[in-house]
Design a protein around this ligand. Structure first.
Ligand code: ADP
Length: 353
């Protein structure tokens, strides 16, 4: 009976792919007895518009041949989990991150503390020190690296090498940049906060053609949650940096961040904390420091928790202007360059230990 049913399935053609159900690999299983015939069809697309039509057609054709049987045709959609697993395993075993020496995750407990600004400026400081640097913007809640580096118009090309697809990152002064924003319209961002975001991020992580890099900085979404765990479980991260303002409510979230990285199942070394917006010095009073968000909150926490303080960056107008103009301030402002040079040195020192 199986053979007859298979012949029926081979006579049905998917209108879009032009393949019959057997050759196209749509048939997942057939179980047939005189009383009961069950066929499972798998459509690789999550929402194949032809699925229901094909199911009805198959049911009718089988019923014509076996009018006495109870016939059930199941539709399954999307790749089978074993196929998905195979694909992911394949991606992992051919990941482009093998040519990256050190991967650094930049995180923050809260949004708006300057995590993305710190990531881009730190990237420039590392590049200025002669390192080959990449930035991967994984902040699905507010991807901003394209804007920070002035490459919002960049549309990544894909290339095939030996039958594998690779994504070409943008390049700004020796820094390679890839962002989830290059693949989604900002207005669609909400749609991406589920499994689609995960699989897109996985592709960015493993298929971006970085070439040889000394450092890859990953701009993580703010907070701690499932999405963070799934990103950081994708690859070996050599160290995490946590960005915080000195404000107590921000510092409270740093604790959660440190705990996440230190969790035995995660086990990523915390390189330290960068206290951003640590104070403000007006140009006309160069010896004054105004602690707008409180004084040294992140620094104090770092000391108490045995986490290094990698740097304190004051509020500087050029930093904000740099983010807006697409040129991280380290490129243009001497004062900012100095703060980040010192911070970058500490990061390198910690990683090379
Ligand atoms: P996050 O990535 O944590 O959400 P952003 O990096 O987008 O935060 O920074 C939030 C805002 O604060 C941006 O407008 C940025 O230009 C500004 N900003 C960040 N750090 C500083 C700083 N040290 N001095 C002045 N403005 C800053």
């Amino acid at each position: 009976m199986d053979r007859e049913i298979r012949a029926i399935l081979a006579s049905v053609v998917h209108p879009e792919t032009g393949e019959n159900l057997v050759d196209g690999g749509f048939v997942e299983s057939i179980t047939a007895t005189e009383q009961k015939i069950t066929v499972a069809l798998r459509f690789r697309k999550a929402r194949d518009p032809f699925a229901v039509k094909i199911k009805n057609q198959v049911e009718q054709l089988i019923a014509d041949l076996y009018p006495e049987s109870t016939i059930t045709v199941f539709i399954k959609q999307g790749e089978s989990t074993s196929k998905q697993r195979e694909k992911i395993d394949d991606m992992h075993s051919h990941t482009t991150t093998t040519s990256v020496a050190k991967v650094i995750a930049v995180s923050s407990g809260k949004g708006g503390v300057g995590k993305s600004t710190v990531t881009s400026n730190l990237a420039v400081a590392l590049a200025n020190a002669g390192y080959r640097v990449g930035v991967l913007d994984a902040d699905i809640y507010g991807p901003s690296q394209s804007k920070m580096f002035g490459v919002e118009e960049y549309l990544p090309d894909a290339v095939q090498v030996d039958g594998r697809d690779y994504i070409i990152p943008a390049e700004v002064g020796n820094i390679k940049i890839i962002s989830i924003a290059m693949f989604i319209r900002p207005t669609d961002a909400l749609l991406w906060r589920g499994t689609m975001a995960n699989s897109a991020l996985r592709q960015l992580i493993h298929q971006t053609q970085w070439g040889e890099l000394d450092f890859l900085l990953i701009d993580l979404p703010p907070g701690t949650g499932d999405i963070h765990l799934s990103i950081i479980s994708e690859l070996k991260i050599d160290g995490a940096i946590i960005v915080s303002t000195p404000q107590q409510v921000a510092v409270a979230d740093v604790v959660r961040g440190v705990e996440m990285f230190r969790n035995p199942n995660v086990n990523i070394p915390v390189l330290g904390v960068i206290e951003n917006m640590a104070w403000f010095t007006p140009a006309e009073l160069p010896n004054n420091r105004y602690y707008i968000f409180g004084k040294g909150g992140a620094a104090r926490y770092a000391e108490g928790a045995g986490v290094d303080l990698l740097g304190q960056i004051p509020i500087i107008q050029e930093v904000m202007e740099g983010s807006d103009s697409g040129k991280p301030a380290v490129m243009t402002c001497e004062e900012v360059e100095k703060y980040y040079r010192e911070t970058a040195n500490k990061v390198v020192e910690k990683l090379m230990k």
